[in-house]
Structure formats: structure tokens, C-alpha cells
Write a new protein. Structure first.
Length: 81
């Protein structure tokens, strides 16, 4: 399953770009990170209050909070490409 970060101003059309891709759960216990993970990490460092308004969208259309996203990947091994 792929996960995309939605920041204020992003549209459903813009979310499928590589820059918004947080990463992908390959189903084998590994989460392969994408460019969007760098964006999320920068937000955590520079503007943590923004985390409340960020949404995570899956390739199946499910909308998650940052907290729910982290819960979904917490048992996975995160790999940075």
C-alpha cells in the first residue's frame, strides 16, 4: 500500500506525485520511504503544530492522521532509498 502526504494547498490530483509519496508497505514487513517522508520529517523539526492539519492518503483513498499512519507502520522496518 502506498501512502501520500497532503499538506495545506495540495489537491487530490497533486497527491500522486513522487514528492508527496511517503512510502510503500511492500507487504513483507518493510516500509520503503519516498520523498514525502523527508517533507514530514522537516515539518516535525520546523513546524510541529502543522502535524494536526496534515492528512495521509493511501492509494486506496483512505485518509489517515499522522498518528494513525505511524501506528500502521510502527512494526515495519523502514528503509530509505
Amino acid at each position: 500500500m502506498q501512502y501520500f502526504i497532503l499538506t495545506p494547498g495540495d489537491t487530490n490530483e497533486s497527491v500522486m506525485y513522487d514528492s508527496n509519496l511517503l512510502g510503500e508497505d511492500n507487504g513483507f514487513g518493510v516500509f520503503w520511504s519516498g520523498q514525502g517522508l523527508k517533507t514530514l520529517m522537516k515539518i516535525v523539526e520546523t513546524d510541529p503544530d502543522m502535524l494536526e492539519i496534515i492528512e495521509i492518503k493511501t492509494d486506496k483513498g483512505e485518509i489517515l492522521t499522522v498518528g494513525k499512519f505511524l501506528e500502521k507502520i510502527e512494526k515495519l522496518k523502514v528503509r530509505i532509498q
